[in-house]
Design a protein around this ligand. Structure first.
Ligand code: 3PG
Length: 410
């Protein structure tokens, strides 16, 4: 039996389908406008389009930001963006499960779409709990009786055991949406028996995440090589005993990253030939790039990129790889002087015939900037959920789908 049900398992014509998507987008802090429609587009062009074409009454449940945060907004603009992408009318109601929302759901006709208000306007939403616990909440108690099927398409929020992510699966027939399916299939390709050699490229500044992922993929024989860049690589060099110079060490301490050094040291001792670190770096010398070898460290200047020899080493491993996962840039790629490492490593990934998977906000932005989008096998829409998946963690949203019982035929 399949691990979870999908849209292929249900007839949705004239049925009310409650779809949990992840519309959580970048918001301009000044104007409060959505600045990237990537996630809305992904759900629109797959799951939502399919449901509309099959004649379902589609009710959309989603979140944007968290109460108190600058990116916490209503979903009115998201509904308008969805309408524009689909070139179809999309209804919106500024209510999640009250009378207004219920009336709007009951009035839906086959093929119509309704976006409900930001689900996080319901105070209980962000509590973590089991499907059974969450099934007792007002949100589920009010909405579930109006729906025939629950579809969870929000892979990017699947690491949250929140009410709307798991509660409906205890009381409604439940299916994975197309984005959920696509993400799980692609990510599994990089984590469950990936084609070898398998290279994980870990850059960016989230060194704690990179360390956790590296530990998991090396100790489980998933990755053959972990190559590091960005701030992460500075920590790896420091763990190897390289003195980076006061400025760089102070920077790492300020970011509260130096506590990771013992863990990294342990990892490198255990897997000495599988963890690959830079052999040269690019310094910011009064705004200009200057490359030096790691042997020439310490330095009084900031390290802003990996050097050309390191790029060559990494590209060599990437060329031989059959599976590649990349998360995080190799340096301060937003600055032209220091985008060399990121650009060249990402170009090597794009040029490879391997199955390549990329994720994370900065990684996707860099891939788009270099025009490499179509050349990476799979770009995940997820941030935190992708990271937790790659650490081998079970995601509550996925577990709920796997344990959901087909209560009634739809
Ligand atoms: C994300 O963007 O990672 C998801 O939408 C989850 O959002 P959250 O971190 O606010 O729970």
């Amino acid at each position: 039996m399949a691990k979870y049900l999908t849209l292929d398992d249900f007839k949705v014509k004239n049925k009310t389908v409650l779809v949990r998507v992840d519309f959580n987008s970048e918001i301009d802090p000044e104007t409060k406008k959505v600045t990237s429609d990537v996630r809305i587009k992904a759900h629109a062009e797959t799951t939502i389009k399919e449901l509309v074409e099959k004649g379902a009454k589609t009710v959309i449940l989603a979140h944007q930001g968290r109460k108190g945060d600058p990116d916490y907004t209503p979903l009115k603009e998201h509904a308008a963006i969805l309408a524009k992408i689909l070139r179809l009318p999309v209804k919106y109601v500024d209510d999640v499960y009250g009378e207004k929302a219920k009336t709007a759901i009951k009035a839906l006709k086959s093929g119509e779409i309704l976006v409900l208000e930001n689900v996080r306007s319901f105070d209980g939403e962000t509590k973590s709990g089991t499907p059974e616990q969450h099934a007792k909440t007002e949100l589920v108690q009010n909405l579930a009786p109006l729906a025939d099927l629950f579809v969870n398409d929000a892979f990017a929020a699947a690491h949250r055991g929140h009410v709307s992510m798991v509660g409906f699966t205890a009381v409604l027939p439940s299916a994975a949406g197309r984005i959920m399916e696509r993400e799980l299939k692609s990510l599994s390709r990089a984590l469950e028996k990936p084609e070898k050699p398998c290279v994980y490229v870990m850059g960016g500044a989230k060194a704690d995440d990179s360390l956790e992922i590296s530990k998991y993929v090396l100790s489980n024989g998933i990755a053959d090589y972990v190559v590091v860049g960005g701030v992460t690589s500075q920590l790896f060099l420091a763990a190897k005993g390289v003195d980076l110079g006061r400025k760089n060490m102070d920077f790492l301490a300020k970011k509260e990253l130096t506590g990771l050094i013992p863990g990294i040291k342990e990892l490198m001792q255990k897997y000495p030939s599988n963890v690959v670190v830079p052999v040269d770096v690019a310094l910011d010398v009064n705004g200009k790039r200057k490359e030096i070898s790691v042997a020439e460290l310490p330095t009084e200047y900031s390290i802003f990129d990996i050097g050309a020899k390191t790029v060559e080493n990494y590209a060599g491993l990437i060329r031989k790889a059959k599976s590649i996962v990349v998360s995080g840039p190799m340096g301060v790629y937003e600055n032209k002087e220091f985008n060399y490492g990121t650009k060249k490593v990402f170009e090597a990934i794009a040029g490879s015939k391997a199955f390549s998977l990329a994720g994370g906000g900065n990684t996707i932005a860099a891939i788009q900037e270099y025009g490499l989008s179509g050349k990476v096998s799979y770009i995940s829409t997820a941030g935190g959920a992708l990271i937790e998946f790659l650490m081998g963690k079970k995601l509550p949203g996925v577990v709920a789908l796997e344990t959901a019982v087909k209560k009634k035929a739809v």
